[in-house]
Design a protein around this ligand. Structure first.
Ligand code: ADP
Ligand code: MG
Length: 248
């Protein structure tokens, strides 16, 4: 039997009430390492709240979130980041006045003692990592540009880069391709597949073409619960999903 500890992320019985209303209601799902999982579902289904609960922004009323075997529901937000969970919000929080390079550089985790007192060696390692991430997010030619000069899609990639530079084992993205052009969507899908090599990705998305393009498995949320789960093919042909979501 597969135990919860065998998964990268095991969410079990997760519940949160806002004034008696259960936005997430006894929710369980499991994500493997190196998996792209997409959460879909109608507006108000509780998708964003699930990410809020995992990253510690919202406190669970009940249930557990185990990540690499460690319970996250009692940790503070910054401890959850340190544990290896990176979360991107719907509106990008980049520094418009700083360059792409500087945005990535300030996101590099502080206080890693491996470099000891040799500050110059740390700087070298940071520059190296910044270039590596910039190339992943298609922004290497833009490293010297101020972030305000980027397109909407490039700003989204920059924010993903600011998370990647912290090397999270789980990357969570809330509607990353909203407002992107078709070609930007395609490149975002490519980007997520590239970053997968060493981490899992949990994505909320409405764009079914994009979901189809990237998802290994899909979890359909409805009224804070799992309505259906499996391959895109499976959930697409599930009459319950057609009724509450895809049919609209
Ligand atoms: P989704 O992302 O699937 O559209 P949300 O997770 O944002 O849905 O919201 C789920 C439900 O929980 C909605 O009815 C929303 O109004 C409610 N909700 C979310 N956050 C809060 C909060 N902090 N306080 C009260 N109600 C909330
Ligand atoms: Mg939402």
């Amino acid at each position: 039997m597969t135990e919860p500890a065998d998964f990268l992320l095991a969410v079990e019985g997760l519940t949160v009430s806002f004034d008696g209303f259960k936005a997430v209601d006894d929710l369980s799902f499991y994500v493997d390492a190196n998996e792209i999982r997409v959460i879909i579902g109608p507006n108000g289904a509780g998708k964003t709240t699930v990410l809020d609960l995992i990253c510690g922004r919202t406190r669970a009323s009940a249930g557990s979130v185990r990540f690499r075997g460690r319970e996250l529901t009692r940790l503070k937000e910054h401890q959850i980041v340190q544990a290896g969970v990176g979360r991107k919000f719907q509106t990008p929080s980049i520094y418009e006045d700083l360059t792409v390079f500087e945005n990535l550089e300030i996101s590099f985790p502080r206080g890693r003692s491996v470099f000891g007192a040799l500050a110059f060696r740390r700087d070298e390692a940071v520059r190296e990592r910044v270039r590596e991430v910039a190339s992943l997010i298609f922004l290497e030619p833009m490293l010297g540009e101020r972030a305000e000069a980027l397109s909407h899609g490039q700003k989204q990639w920059l924010e993903i880069g600011m998370l990647l530079i912290q090397d999270p084992a789980l990357l969570m993205l809330d509607e990353p391709v909203a407002g992107m052009s078709v070609s930007e969507r395609r490149k975002t899908a490519e980007l997520l597949r590239r970053v997968l090599r060493d981490r899992a990705v949990l994505v909320i998305e409405h764009d079914m073409g994009f979901v189809e393009d990237i998802a290994h498995r899909v979890t359909v949320l409805h009224q804070g619960r799992v309505l259906s789960e499996g391959s895109m093919q499976h959930v697409k042909s599930d009459p319950k999903v057609v009724e509450v979501y895809l049919g609209h």
